[in-house]
Design a protein around this ligand. Structure first.
Ligand SMILES: NC(=O)C1=CN([C@@H]2O[C@H](COP(=O)(O)OP(=O)(O)OC[C@H]3O[C@@H](n4cnc5c(N)ncnc54)[C@H](OP(=O)(O)O)[C@@H]3O)[C@@H](O)[C@H]2O)C=CC1
Ligand SMILES: CC(C)(CO)C(=O)C(=O)O
Length: 313
């Protein structure tokens, strides 16, 4: 199976590297010129829990893919949410009737974008608790442990989903088939919605946020808005269990020492964030259902204000 990682930033590098190390036929696709040039010239440099690797994985610009005439079986999407449509559009000539796609981006509703490019039967969606960072072009920092949950969007895709679960799991990515991926996605959005924006604004790791006296109170207030809005969409989140899942992320032996991806975007790289696809979704859905969402609204607005002040691009 030829696997193309579309969006070879921090997470794309992690999945690309681990799948390649496990012997899979992997290519990377990205638009960041310095990153591509660096990987082509010197390989992808990886710090995997303190052990250094150099991995020579082929990497392409999206527009080069069709020219290479490679038959891609699975596209693993790891762009930022706001780059997703552009990436799929750039790859549209390389997508054929058999091409499958797996989306593990943070946020809610990406399937609506993907469905513009391929049939539901070919779409797998899910979430990941793996983390990753970039120390510069071509340099991935892969620290800690993680997991993946995925499911087929349409019933017909189940056998293929199980095959992909096996491939990811064999690469050490700890992958499980989710019997209810919508629940998994909302649950993960609750983690991101409570931790990502707050850590970005506080310039803190997840563990540092967790050490503050007000962390649990902030998290409970934001989480409650996700729960109320999800209920309007007939998704009943177990609020107490989700809260425990969020609190678990404070653990420095787990992902506590990680700066969430929104912190990496805003504070480290001065890039626009995915807040509109996480807390912003709750705000918009809240307006639709007549539910007040003051905590998600304030957080979304504060992140946008910070993006504006620092000239994030
Ligand atoms: N990082 C993490 O720990 C986790 C991230 N996620 C999710 O995974 C998805 C991918 O995130 P992630 O891998 O962190 O994203 P990155 O920002 O690392 O990479 C995404 C894209 O951004 C561009 N890019 C990144 N850094 C730079 C830079 N310094 N200069 C120029 N361009 C750059 C590249 O594409 P281009 O040049 O085309 O813009 C790259 O493909 C997101 O939905 C995220 O929320 C989920 C779990 C954990
Ligand atoms: C690791 C985790 C769960 C932190 O919120 C994440 O998804 C991110 O960094 O975006």
């Amino acid at each position: 199976m030829k696997i193309a990682i579309a969006g070879a930033g921090a997470m794309g590098s992690r999945f690309g590297f681990m799948l390649h190390q496990a012997g899979n036929d992997v290519i990377l696709i990205d638009k960041w010129e310095d990153h591509i040039n660096e990987i082509r010239k010197n390989g992808l440099k990886v710090n995997l829990n303190g052990e250094m690797f150099t991995s020579y994985i082929p990497i392409y610009f999206p527009e080069e893919i069709a020219e290479t005439k490679q038959k891609i079986d699975l596209i693993l999407l790891f762009t930022k949410a706001m780059q997703l449509e552009d990436m799929l559009s750039a790859l549209s000539t390389a997508i054929h009737s058999e091409t499958k796609v797996l989306c593990l981006l943070n946020g809610i509703g990406h399937e609506d974008v993907i469905e513009k490019f391929m049939p539901k039967d070919n779409i797998l969606i899910g979430i990941t608790m793996w983390t990753a960072g970039l120390a510069g072009a071509g340099k991935a920092e892969l620290i800690g442990d993680g997991s993946v949950e995925l499911q087929n969007l349409a019933p017909k895709g189940k056998d293929y989903a199980l095959e992909v679960v096996k491939i990811l799991d064999q690469a050490g990515l700890h992958c499980k088939y989710s019997p209810d991926v919508r629940y998994s996605i909302w649950e993960k959005a609750c983690v991101n919605g409570t931790v990502n924006g707050t850590c970005a604004l506080l310039d803190a790791t997840i563990a540092e946020l967790g050490q503050t006296d007000v962390a649990v109170s902030i998290i409970k207030n934001i989480l409650h808005e996700f729960v109320l809005v999800a209920k309007q969409e007939r998704l009943i989140l177990d609020e107490a269990a989700v809260l425990q899942k969020i609190i678990k992320t404070f653990d420095p032996n787990g992902i506590g020492n990680h700066y969430p991806s929104m912190h990496q975007d805003l504070v480290k790289n001065h890039r626009l964030t995915e807040v509109d696809y996480i807390n912003g979704v709750v705000v918009r859905k809240g307006e639709k259902y007549g539910i007040d969402t003051p905590f998600c609204t304030l957080l979304t607005e504060l992140i946008h204000a910070k993006e504006q002040l620092i000239g994030a691009k």
